[in-house]
Design a protein around this ligand. Structure first.
Ligand code: 5GP
Ligand code: ZN
Length: 138
C-alpha cells in the first residue's frame, strides 16, 4: 500500500523522478541524492514498509538477490575498493526516511565513511541468556 506523504512511495512509484538504474515490479534502484561516496545506490521497495520488521520474507529474499546483482554491476563500473550494504531501522540507527531501503555504499581507499565500531564484549551469562531468548522467538 502506498502511504500518503511518503517521499519514497512517490519516488518508488514514479510520481517523483529519480536517477533510476533499474526497476521491476517490486523494487526501484536509484542513486542516492546525497551520496556518501561516488555511486551510492539505494534499493527501494515499491510497497511501503516502514522498516525491516514489516517486510515479508519473500520480498526480503528477492531484495538480497537483486542487491548482489546490483553490487556486481557497481563494482564493475565504479571500480571501488570495497562496499558496505547497510539498512537503517529507527532514528537511533540513523534512519531518516521511514520507507524501507537498502544502501549500497561503494568504498574507496581514504574515503571518510564511518560504519565501523569499537569492539565490545559479552559475558558467558549474557551469551547464554541471549541465545535462549532469541532462539525462542525464531
Ligand atoms: P536513511 O538515513 O533513512 O537510511 O537513508 C535515507 C537516504 O535517502 C539518505 O542517504 C538520503 O541522502 C537519501 N534521500 C533522501 N531523500 C532523497 C530523495 O529525494 N531522492 C534520493 N535519490 N535520495 C534521497
Ligand atoms: Zn513509503
Amino acid at each position: 500500500m502506498k502511504k500518503e506523504d511518503c517521499i519514497f512511495c512517490k519516488i518508488a512509484n514514479g510520481e517523483i523522478p529519480s536517477a533510476t538504474i533499474f526497476e521491476d515490479r517490486d523494487f526501484r534502484v536509484m542513486l542516492d541524492i546525497g551520496p556518501a561516496t561516488r555511486g551510492h545506490v539505494l534499493i527501494l521497495t515499491k510497497e511501503h514498509y516502514d522498516n525491516i520488521y514489516e517486510i515479508d520474507a519473500e520480498t526480503a529474499g528477492k531484495l538480497f538477490s537483486l542487491a548482489s546483482v546490483i553490487a556486481r554491476a557497481m563494482k564493475k563500473v565504479l571500480n571501488c575498493d570495497g562496499m558496505n550494504i547497510l539498512q537503517n531501522n529507527g532514528t537511533v540507527a540513523g534512519q531518516t526516511v521511514f520507507h524501507f531501503h537498502l544502501h549500497l555504499i561503494p568504498r574507496y581507499e581514504g574515503d571518510q565513511v564511518q560504519v565501523t565500531w569499537p569492539q565490545g564484549s559479552i559475558t558467558e551469562e549474557e551469551k547464554e541468556e541471549l541465545v535462549k531468548s532469541m532462539k525462542k522467538e525464531i
